[in-house]
Ligand binder design. Structure first.
Ligand SMILES: [Zn+2]
Length: 85
């Protein structure tokens, strides 16, 4: 996962490549919790048009973490789920 940004961030310069500008889009994010790998699809993110770095806001990050936590409690090794806002 990329750096955490405050919510409602508008387009900004990418801090990774310092060349691109971020654009609102969706990303696929992979998290690991207690041996469970969770792949989230269609996660709202700001994505650099140049290098493809994904920036998630803090609210989204918190939701992903708690959803990964509940997936881990199911004890599966790999789970692929759509991001639930
Ligand atoms: Zn970039």
């Amino acid at each position: 996962m990329g750096p955490v940004l405050p919510p409602e961030t508008m387009s900004m310069d990418c801090v990774i490549c310092k060349n691109g500008q971020t654009r609102r889009g969706t990303a696929t994010v992979t998290l690991e919790r207690n041996g469970t790998t969770v792949v989230f699809k269609a996660v709202p993110a700001d994505i650099c048009s140049n290098c493809g770095e994904q920036y998630l806001d803090e609210t989204t990050t918190q939701r992903l973490l708690s959803q990964a936590e509940s997936a881990a409690q199911g004890g599966v090794e790999l789970e692929i789920r759509p991001y639930a806002a």
